[in-house]
Design a protein around this ligand. Structure first.
Ligand code: FAD
Length: 309
C-alpha cells in the first residue's frame, strides 16, 4: 500500500517499448499480435531494432512500415552503420521515410565479430547523424545511444561524455541509454551531461527482470553493475522464476520512481525483449496503465518534437 501510495503521487511519466526483429515468420506474426495488444497501453512510441545486413535489416523496414502505417503506432527505427555502405543506408532511410516514420535511433552498431574492419562508409554514429540531417533536414527526430556506466570499448568517462556531446552537436535530439540498475550512478551521470551543455531529453532504458539467470547474463554482457540490494533480494529466490519476477518488478518499479523523482526523466523506455508481461507488471505497479480502447488511442507526437522544430 505504501508503494502504491507513493506511485500515485508520482508526476505522470510517458513510456515506450523496444522490440527486436524475430528470426522466423511465425515470430514476426506473434510480435505483431503482441504489438497490437500493447498499443492499448498507449505508449508514446515503439522502437524496432536493426541487424546489419541481409534479410533481418529488410525486415526492420517492413516492421517499421507495419507498426507505423498499419498499427498506427508512432515508430522509431534503429539504424546502424557498421558494414553499411551509404547505398544501403539510403535505402533504409528512404523506406522509413515512405512508411511515414519520423524517428531514427542513429547508431554505429557493434564492430564485426571476426575482428575485421567495418566495410561501412561511416565510422561513428555521429557521422550517420550528420548524414541524415544533411539529407533529410528536420524530417526525422534523431536519437542516440548513451552509456551511463561506460562503453566496453572506452574506459574514460570524460571521453565518453565528449563523444556523446559530439553526437548531440551533430543534430541528435534525444538520448536513449543502455540498460542499468544503479540509479545513483545514473543521476550523477545526468548531472554531468547537463553540466557539459547537453540539454536534450534523456530517456532511460529499463530492462524488466524476468529470471535471475537472464538478469546476470545481460548485466555481464552490457558490463553494468547490479546493486547489492538487488542481489540480496533476488539471490535467495533465484530458482523460483515466479518469485524473481514479482520481486524484480518491485525493484525495477522502485528504481523508475526514483528516476522520475530525480527530475531528469519524464519518460521510461522499456526493453521488452518481445515479451509483454514483465513490462506491464512494472507499469501497473507505477500506476501508469490506463487501458484505452482502440478508438480512443491518440498517437501523440514524440514528447520532444515541439522543442525541435
Ligand atoms: P558511437 O557513439 O559511434 O561510439 C562507438 C564507440 O566509439 C564508443 O566506444 C565511443 O566511445 C567511441 N567513439 C565515439 N566517437 C568517437 C570519436 N570521435 N573518436 C574516437 N572514439 C569515438 N546495436 C545494433 O546492432 N542494433 C540496434 O538496434 C541497437 N540498438 C541500441 C539501442 C540502444 C539504446 C543502445 C544503448 C545500444 C544499441 N545497440 C544496437 C548497440 C550499439 O550499436 C553498440 O553499443 C555500439 O558498440 C555503439 O554504438 P553507438 O551508436 O553508441 O556508437
Amino acid at each position: 500500500l505504501a508503494q502504491a501510495h507513493s506511485a500515485a503521487k508520482l508526476p505522470k511519466a510517458t513510456f515506450s517499448f523496444e522490440f527486436f526483429v524475430p528470426k522466423t515468420p511465425q515470430g514476426v506474426q506473434n510480435l505483431y499480435d503482441r504489438m497490437d495488444r500493447m498499443y492499448e497501453l498507449n505508449p508514446i512510441f515503439v522502437d524496432i531494432t536493426w541487424n546489419a545486413g541481409g534479410r533481418l535489416s529488410s525486415l526492420t523496414n517492413e516492421m517499421v512500415y507495419t507498426a507505423q502505417s498499419i498499427l498506427g503506432l508512432e515508430t522509431c527505427m534503429h539504424l546502424t552503420c557498421t558494414n553499411m555502405p551509404v547505398a544501403l543506408i539510403d535505402e533504409a532511410l528512404d523506406r522509413a521515410y515512405k512508411s511515414g516514420c519520423q524517428n531514427i535511433l542513429a547508431l554505429r552498431g557493434d564492430p564485426p565479430l571476426d575482428g575485421s574492419e567495418s566495410t561501412g562508409d561511416f565510422k561513428y554514429a555521429k557521422d550517420l547523424i550528420t548524414y541524415i540531417r544533411k539529407k533529410y533536414g528536420d524530417h526525422f527526430d534523431i536519437g542516440v545511444a548513451a552509456y551511463p556506466e561506460g562503453h566496453p570499448e572506452e574506459t574514460s568517462g570524460d571521453r565518453i561524455l565528449e563523444y556523446l556531446k559530439e553526437k548531440c552537436d551533430a543534430g541528435a535530439n534525444f538520448i536513449v541509454t543502455q540498460m542499468f540498475y544503479d540509479v545513483d550512478n545514473f543521476i550523477d551521470w545526468c548531472s554531468k551531461i547537463r553540466k557539459i551543455g547537453i540539454d536534450i531529453p534523456i530517456v532511460p532504458g529499463i530492462m524488466p527482470i524476468s529470471t535471475y539467470a537472464s538478469l546476470i547474463r545481460r548485466a555481464k554482457w552490457s558490463e553494468i553493475k547490479i546493486p547489492q540490494h538487488f542481489l540480496d533480494a533476488l539471490d535467495p529466490i533465484k530458482d523460483d522464476d515466479y518469485m524473481v519476477r514479482q520481486k524484480g518488478t518491485e525493484l525495477v518499479a522502485e528504481m523508475c520512481e526514483k528516476l522520475i523523482q530525480s527530475g531528469y526523466v519524464n519518460h521510461l523506455h522499456f526493453y521488452t525483449m518481445n515479451l509483454e508481461r514483465a513490462t506491464v507488471m512494472i507499469l501497473e505497479k507505477l500506476n501508469l496503465v490506463e487501458i484505452v480502447r482502440e478508438s480512443q488511442v491518440v498517437t501523440e507526437a514524440m514528447p520532444w518534437r515541439k522543442s525541435l522544430h
